[in-house]
Ligand binder design. Structure first.
Ligand code: FAD
Length: 365
């Protein structure tokens, strides 16, 4: 069995890479250990199409988020994927946060993101129930139906004769003269050959890296898991756009998010964990209430209930500065035909289409 390109992982990143490679005439297989696509990080997130405000100007996160914001709205319109450009307010709830809000505004403007400043008075007339000293509005932030996005990407791959192989775990890879010999397990172990190998396995990307015989350990990161909980809210509420308070020493800045049915939820928080588990820690409810009350004092705690958790694939340690997406090819690790992808946390969903194109370009040259 031979494919030009083998991609490990059918999350939004692996699927997008497969879409671009298959539509450019390469034979492609995506190996997915689960029964369906997108069951990892891709289905446990906020579903927000970000605008690219926060990240350093020259980073891949900014570059891909800006391109991805535009590309994802276009793709969603083309494929009739449910989405809404509902906008986002970033709010300072007291005077001590104004400097931080200004820094975020300046970073966003430097990144060429369209942003508007909103005064306390304007916020009071829009949201009389919220405590806001000043705010920034991002009109191009929105939400998207992630399962529909995943189906559209799978549809494109199938249309281009690419294959997504479920219940098929990557086991190991051995470098050969022309590419790689890959061992897989779909209940039985079998071998296949490929010219290009892409590791897009998200939370498992460090384990997978260890199974590629020629990849030295200096060229990949251990993954640290940062869990995020979401509580949903069943009562009436004043929100019509996303609202992002700032994080500070008293609060982790829990966001107000929406799904496309209008259900609101708060989160994610951040809890560092040692293993991948999706257990919900209900004891966090009091912390959530305290944090939300800083900007919405009238929240009814009885209407807040556990929703779901997601896990971020961090390549930096706790307390270390943010790291950029890591996409390493031959120039980085010296292995022909291998592209190793790690640390695709937020805004990875927004960035999936430009990441797919970028990796295809790396393969092409
Ligand atoms: C709490 C949270 C909130 C977020 N919110 C947003 C947001 O609002 N907007 C945004 O832009 N981004 C957001 N993100 C980031 C975004 O969700 C991720 O960047 C993106 O989903 C990463 O996709 P992926 O394809 O890299 O990983 P995954 O979706 O995890 O895909 C990797 C796949 O690899 C498979 N795999 C692993 N090991 C093997 C193996 N041995 N063999 C075969 N297959 C294997 C897994 O089963 C999995 O399906 C958020 C992330 C988190 C955690």
């Amino acid at each position: 069995m031979y494919f030009d390109v083998t991609i490990i992982g059918a999350g939004v990143v692996g699927l997008s890479i497969a879409k671009f490679c298959s539509e450019n005439g390469l034979s492609v297989v995506v190996l997915e250990k689960d029964t369906r696509a997108g069951e990892g990080i891709s289905s446990r997130n906020s579903g927000v199409i970000h605008a690219g405000i926060y990240y350093p100007h020259k980073s891949l996160k900014t570059q891909f988020c800006l391109q991805g914001n535009k590309a994802l709205y276009e793709y969603a319109n083309l494929k009739k994927i449910n989405h809404k450009k509902i906008g986002k307010y970033i709010i300072a709830s007291d005077q001590s946060e104004i400097d931080k809000l200004d820094q975020i505004y300046n970073q966003g403007i430097l990144n060429a993101v369209s942003l508007e400043r909103v005064t306390k008075k304007e916020m009071k007339s829009l949201y009389p129930d919220l405590l806001v000293e000043a705010a920034i509005f991002s009109p191009n932030t929105g939400i998207i139906d992630v399962p529909e996005l995943i189906s559209a990407l799978e549809g494109d791959i199938q249309h281009n004769n690419g294959l997504v192989s479920f219940n098929t775990a990557f086991v190991s890879a051995r470098k050969t003269k022309n590419g790689f010999e890959i061992s897989c397990n779909d209940g039985n172990e079998f071998l296949m050959e490929t010219k290009y190998l892409v590791n897009a396995s998200g939370l498992h990307s460090d384990e997978i890296s260890k199974k590629i015989d020629v990849l030295k350990k200096d060229f990949f990161y251990p993954i640290k898991y940062a869990k995020g909980h979401y509580f949903k809210y069943g009562g009436t509420h004043p929100f019509t756009s996303l609202v992002y308070p700032l994080s500070n020493e008293f609060s982790s800045g829990l966001h107000v998010g929406f799904d496309l049915s209008g259900q609101i939820r708060f989160g994610p928080d951040i809890t560092w964990v040692d293993e991948i588990d999706y257990l919900f820690d209900e004891s966090l409810k009091d912390d959530f209430i305290k944090s939300i009350r800083r900007y919405w004092p009238n929240i009814d705690p009885s209407k807040l209930s556990p929703d779901y958790v997601g896990i971020r694939p961090k390549i930096q340690k706790m307390n270390e500065k943010m790291k950029d997406f890591s996409i390493i090819g031959y120039k980085g690790h010296g292995v022909h035909g291998l592209i190793n992808i790690q640390g695709i946390e937020s805004p990875g969903l927004t960035s999936c289409l430009p990441i797919g194109k970028y990796v295809f370009e790396m393969i092409k040259y």
